[in-house]
Ligand binder design. Structure first.
Ligand code: GLA
Length: 358
């Protein structure tokens, strides 16, 4: 759709708002956010732009470059999964949920364009939510933005997702990853060293969290936490002592993953990329073995990448069940053209912001 960025006729140029949000890649720390654990995600230089021109129609209408059908949302939309489930096309559920969560004072129309692969574990949904909220006029600090858009994500999908994605795409700083402690939602900007490639490779498997075992994993963690307390705050030894074998494996992943996140942040700070890479690969093994959120395609990508000279380590990134793998590598070590489903060399971007209208 080549004309998606064209403004509606008669638009006053000053009224246009244009917002951009990055996606994110999680360097390490998956399925820790809803367990009061820690993670180290990074905003990436792929993202989503939303333009919006206020009008008086009582509806928010956004046209996307990825779908011929627009999101056409009543301003009175309720923030309720049952209601949002009937909204079509599916991406419009996120727009509808943001409208319901932000409650803009007026309708209008605009456009959505993205450079992110959708359904790939790079938080295209968080980018859409946060950019839409900004374009609609949301004002608030990063944490309030993240909480608002997390509520929108949960209502749009019916899945009890954590806050990691919305927080990092809101609060990131260029050149840095974001260390997040989900026990108190404190954050710290961690410099990403120069002279290292962060490579993202798509498995080709698109996934939607509402059709995945995400909610089941969260319920399993909650059951384990009922015995032990928040899993992000227990040691792997304590987690490993739960009698139930399934809950033991889930808890062991979360507890050991949080240890790996802390070691990884320290390794990155001293420039020990070999150690950082090993921790990433260990994280993948834990997500695949103990947490069971990997797939044969993700495992095969991790094996191929870790066998490539100059690659320090690789792991699935985000929820799993398909999507992407992230690798840490010497500059140029990974031939992006060798991966048919898409591969990107990403840089640490800053968080979402309003852009100049043109
Ligand atoms: C998805 C969720 C996040 C987080 C990750 C797994 O991206 O939206 O809250 O739980 O999965 O780490």
């Amino acid at each position: 759709m080549g004309d998606v960025n064209r403004l509606p006729p008669g638009t006053a140029a000053g009224a246009l708002r244009r917002a951009w949000s990055p996606g994110r890649v999680n360097l390490i720390g998956d399925h820790t956010d809803y367990n009061a654990g820690v993670a180290l995600p990074m905003a990436v230089d792929l993202g989503t732009t939303v333009t919006f021109v206020p009008g008086d129609s009582g509806r928010v209408v956004l046209r996307s470059d990825r779908d011929p059908d627009p999101a056409d949302v009543d301003l009175d939309t309720a923030l309720h999964p049952e209601r949002l489930r009937s909204v079509e096309p599916r991406w419009a559920r996120y727009v509808a949920a943001v409208v319901a969560a932000v409650r803009p004072g007026h309708g209008g129309q605009g456009t959505v364009t993205t450079t992110l692969p959708v359904g790939a574990g790079l938080s295209s949904s968080a980018a859409l939510e946060v950019a839409t909220a900004l374009a609609l006029g949301f004002e608030g600090d990063h944490l309030t933005m993240a909480r608002t858009c997390q509520r929108a994500e949960q209502a749009a999908t019916g899945v009890p997702t954590g806050i990691m994605d919305q927080l990092v795409v809101s609060a990131a700083r260029p050149g840095h990853a974001l260390f997040v402690d989900f026990a108190d939602l404190s954050t710290r900007h961690v410099p990403v060293p120069d002279g290292v490639d962060i490579v993202v490779v798509h498995s080709g498997e698109e996934r939607a969290l509402d059709r995945s075992a995400y909610a089941t994993r969260r319920a399993e963690c909650d059951a384990a936490a009922h015995r032990l307390g928040p899993l992000g705050e227990v040691s792997p030894q304590v987690a490993g002592a739960i009698p139930d074998p399934l809950l033991r494996r889930r808890a062991r992943h979360v507890a050991s993953e949080c240890e790996r996140v802390r070691h990884f942040a320290r390794a990155l700070a001293r420039g020990d990329l070999a150690e950082a890479g090993q921790l990433m690969t260990a994280s993948h093994r834990s997500l695949a073995g103990d947490f069971e959120v990997s797939t044969p395609a993700l495992d095969a990508l991790v094996d191929r990448l870790t066998q490539t000279p100059g690659v320090f380590g690789a792991r699935l990134t985000g929820a799993g069940f398909g999507g992407c793998v992230v690798a840490l590598a010497e500059p140029g070590a990974v031939d992006l053209t060798a991966y048919r489903s898409g591969a990107w060399r990403v840089r640490a971007a800053g968080g979402a912001s309003l852009l100049d209208p043109d």
